[in-house]
Ligand binder design. Sequence first.
Ligand code: DAH
Length: 336
Amino acid sequence: MIEKIERLRTEYSNASGSVTDLKQLEELRLKFLSRNGALQQLLEEMKSVPKEDKPLVGKELNILKKYIQDNFTSLKESLESQFASTASYLDLSLPGRQIEFGSKHLLTQTLDEIKKIFKGFGFSVADGPELESDFNNFTALNFPDDHPARDMQDTFFVNKNFVMRTHTSPVQVRLMQKQVPPIRSIMPGKVYRSEAISARSYCLFHQVEGLYVDKNVTFAELKGTLVSFARQFYATDLKYRFRPSFFPFTEPSAEMDITCYICQGNGCRVCKGSGWLEILGCGMVDPNVLRNVGYDPEQVSGYAFGMGIERTAMLKYGINDIRILFDNDIRFLRQF
Ligand code: DAH
């Protein structure tokens, strides 16, 4: 009997040493620890052990039983913890990882909408460089030498002859220099101004310029085009007005206002109590500008307009701080 006990101990310890997964562990349990297992069979043989041998055999059997049970328990624990860490990789019930899609920035969306409307009117889209000659940015556009916009305070001068363009109007000059009328284009892009950054102004922003040059272009056409634009972009039933204004490159010049969408013209904080919001500048291309690009003002005339894209987006969506458009805060951008 003692021999059998030793044999089972060796058999068990060999078998348990080669167990590497839970399936093998279960096989080990069935073979040694189950109701019909080898240990139980040996325990049953106790009945036939002669009475005088019982104390010794019983003691040895108990030692074997404890050895097998303890060894099995620790083997089971270590395999289960190993299995649990693998299982967390393989948990098919976990929700999938969400892939976030980007979307267009509000400024891009606004520009896209502006482009779409003007394309519908037959305008093409053109562009020009952000680093511009002083001639195109100012001189050709009829800015006198002592005009305040030429001051260092407003303009980023790169050197004596080049500036970071302060508006998109120089693209008009470029277009007229290389094309013959008719020209009907909008010109979007970045512009730069050396201004203190605040809720209302930023050193960099975007504009869309518009230009139509042909025979007999009139102010009435300018108004018709811009009113149709504003009705499509802001509200179909809006009221508008054109106020006389001044720009060196247009004569006559005007600014276009629409009724404040917040207070419906009754006066509020956004429109500073006036009931009106200024949306763009415009006018008939000054004959001097036409001459500067080699056109004959007796033969052709044209209109031009320009609007800030930030300002346009801010007006449309009631945004009160321009800086938020440059922060790229996802909580803001997600709203559009
Ligand atoms: N360039 C002007 C600005 O930066 C905007 C502007 C006004 C453009 C009138 C035009 C125009 O073409 O006709 O404020």
